[in-house]
Design a protein around this ligand. Structure first.
Ligand SMILES: *Cc1c(COP(=O)(O)O)cnc(C)c1O
Length: 402
């Protein structure tokens, strides 16, 4: 039975490896992966881990061990996947607005290519004809997800080829002899409402009938995970049942029986991760009580970039009295993690844990203010292992010429 990491385990990691530190729990990724595959066992379904959420090669390898495949958005992610031991055909490369040379590099490495614009589709067709199968990213124009900033399927989005350009896609495919193996959509992040996926699937079915021999429909991702206590996650079992039923009906009507693919990022690695920081200072002002920690948006930018809510717990004093704090970082820039947050009474030197820090946490970190990026630790079978060293001062100068 799966046991989440305890406060004591997080404290032990912080004591051993220092703070700030990202801590990932391998078993929690396993639990999530197994839940997803179980929910979709009614129809052949493949899961490509969208590794931009967390690219540490140890995490990528762990997901490979579980049987997961890989979704990459840059050629360097592709190279990390190959280094982790993935078969090239188990990697889907979904770049956006890249130079055509980067796509050619993907072909050379033998990975699956997902094409996201008319000009690239045309160039690809002219260059490779039908010799290298492709997937096409469609923008179904469905507004989905938590907010507009993280939605990618709307009319203003730069992603995908508009569903209204289907005629144009068909012309290019016919003229160049392109082999369209799959269709793809990815409408955004934090989609709780499964109808968004089902509407998208319906749009994809409509397009699929234009491409005989189509092998798969990729519904992207955007599975929501709970951040706040009363948040609901995407009901993957309900989605699995509905998708299975929809594909069966589609098969009856058309004779086509595409595999279904997904590209979960956040769903697999969000909740497994914590950012553990130390409180440097408790500062009373006329307005509030600040808890100043040894981190900032250089380490976890989501609260500032997306106004996202991350649960924060005082793991050093879990039974203390409830007090109200404004949690800020040590960066010379407004870097408020949380206003008016109820925490168990905080003293200087306490460790605070940011929850849901596995996805888009370390991955979006920077060296702003010439501060060092945190270490990363993976806990597996009760053993904590350093999987990325903390930056050192020399790293800040490493590519400077002087
Ligand atoms: C970011 C991304 C994902 C993963 O999204 P999550 O919300 O993290 O699950 C999947 N597919 C593509 C193409 C992406 O860009």
């Amino acid at each position: 039975m799966f046991q989440p990491l305890s406060n004591q385990q997080l404290i032990d990691v912080a004591d051993e490896f220092g703070t700030p530190v990202y801590v990932y729990h391998a078993e929690q990724i396993t639990e999530r992966y197994n839940k997803l595959t179980d929910a979709f066992k009614g129809h052949p379904t493949r899961f490509f881990y969208a590794c931009k959420a967390l690219t540490n090669i140890n995490i990528v390898k762990h997901i490979k061990k579980l049987g997961g495949l890989l979704d990459c958005v840059s050629i360097n992610e592709v190279k990390i996947g190959l280094l982790a031991g993935y078969d090239p055909q188990d990697i889907l490369f979904t770049p956006n607005c890249v130079d055509f040379d980067e796509i050619k590099d993907g072909v050379e490495l033998g990975v699956r290519i997902n094409i996201d614009s008319i000009p690239i589709l045309e160039r690809f067709g002219n260059h490779y004809g039908g010799s290298y199968p492709v997937c096409i990213r469609i923008n179904p124009h469905i507004v989905a997800g938590g907010n507009y900033k993280i939605s990618t399927g709307h009319i203003d989005s730069k992603f995908g080829i508009s569903i209204h350009q289907l005629r144009h896609i068909e012309r290019i495919v016919k003229t160049t002899g392109l082999h369209v193996q799959g269709l793809h959509m990815h409408t955004g992040s934090e989609i709780k409402d499964i109808d968004v996926f089902l509407q998208g699937l319906d749009v994809m079915f409509g397009v699929a009938t234009h491409f005989k021999g189509l092998e798969f429909i990729d519904l992207g991702s955007g599975f929501k995970v709970p951040y706040k206590d009363d948040d609901q996650e995407t009901d993957v079992y309900a989605l699995g049942a509905s998708v299975t039923e929809a594909v069966a009906t589609f098969k009856q009507e058309t004779g086509m029986d595409p595999e279904i693919w997904f590209e979960p990022g956040k769903y697999l690695v969000c909740e497994c991760g914590f950012l553990v920081v130390k409180v440097n200072l408790i500062k009373h002002t006329t307005a509030t009580v600040f808890a100043g920690v040894n981190s900032g948006f250089n380490h976890l930018i989501r609260p500032m970039l997306y106004e996202s809510y991350h649960r924060i717990t005082n793991i050093s004093n879990p039974n203390g009295a409830d007090r109200i704090y404004t949690v800020v970082g040590n960066i010379c820039e407004t870097d408020t993690f949380a206003w008016d947050r109820v925490l168990k009474e905080v003293k200087e030197g306490d460790y605070l844990a940011f929850h849901n820090a596995g996805a888009y946490g370390f991955e979006m970190s920077s060296n702003f203010n010439s501060r060092l990026k945190p270490a990363e630790v993976m806990v597996e079978d009760g053993v904590a292992r350093l999987i990325r060293k903390r930056n050192e001062f020399e790293d800040l100068l490493s590519n400077q010429i002087y």
